[in-house]
Design a protein around this ligand. Sequence first.
Ligand SMILES: [Zn+2]
Length: 427
Amino acid sequence: MSQAVMSVRAVAAAVVALVALIGAPATPATAATEGFRDVTGRHQFYREISWLTERGITTGYADNSFRPSGEVSREAFAAFLYRLAGRPGVSVPSRSPFKDVSTNAQFYREIVWLEKQHITTGWADGTFRPKDAISRSAMAAFLYRYKGSPSYTPPSTSRFTDTRTSSTFYTEVSWLASTGMTTGYADGTFRPYDGTSRAATAAFLFRGFGNASYHAPTYAPPTTWHTDRDYTRIINDPESVLVVVNKRRALDPLRYAPADLVTLSGISGGSTRYMRREAATAMSRMHAAVRAKGMTFSIVSAYRSHDYQRALFARYARQHGVASAETFSARAGHSEHQTGWTADLGAGTCSLGGCFGSSTVGRWVAAHSHEYGFIIRYPQGAQAITGYIYEPWHVRYVGVELATYMHDHDIDTLEEQFGLPAAPDYR
Ligand SMILES: [Zn+2]
């Protein structure tokens, strides 16, 4: 086990211990320590969404997603405010105040509370329209009333180009801006009738009710593989050792570059080539094992940046034609080499050829590389799945746990391992 793995586990254990200390978690422990499957540490509102989760204002969805770009419905916002208020006791009437909210609706209690607090009056026709997206101006009004309708005199000139002083919620929208909860858009508009995304709502609420000194938990995706985990988010995360990149799965962001690249010094050709630290350590160990058997391999290629990959693919396309180049080289943003988890190995004069697979060292690599956390990413006969010809020289680091599992269960490709569609082409 690497130092990095140990430290991530230590952090996770500490968070679990902390949660145990402060009482039952309002959310699954995985949401606090590993985040939502669709919100990585790079999300613009990662901190705000973490706060919203820790406060128990949102629990996300049952599939451990947060759906940051999803619009907030009126009933969901009722639930957010109710939880923000600390889930006060509500005597729930047997007759609904709204004709379109049944007494057994999922958020009946929350909507009743909202109505009793005079935060909403619903629509003139007696409906609440719970499933409608809440508009930005309605959200402003709800928040203004939630704060107890503070006395506030709006400016005589609107600060937003699309909100008149005569607009229905002019006071509420101006108040919201005065609190700093919203700044509107860069073009000077507020867009009062637009819906609000869940991520933006997290930001509103954090600015209005959060603590400026709040520190979000360190984003810590699992670094190892276990049979019982959900990997949907992890395999999309370029930082993860389990990221899956192919012709139908681009890196996100497309110009991703790892931050912990180190040289593969000590291996022929390695002093000017780079992998991520954990993979480089594993590569050194594998090389030492090979040397102990009286063999060796060289590093032909390892990390390649987005720009380098683009130039490389263009060169191959000129030399061999695009169709042929597609079978052995990736477009920029689609190359495993851009992740820093991959290297191409050479054996003597054999470089990037089938000869590597039949060489003594190549046969050893095929049989033993899993013990060091590597897989042969493009195996023989899998071009319809991986999109690439047999490349016995191209090894991908995935960690010992997964490499060994795939070896022991005869799973040849990451696509099959994670139940992903075949990626023969870019579509
Ligand atoms: Zn390669």
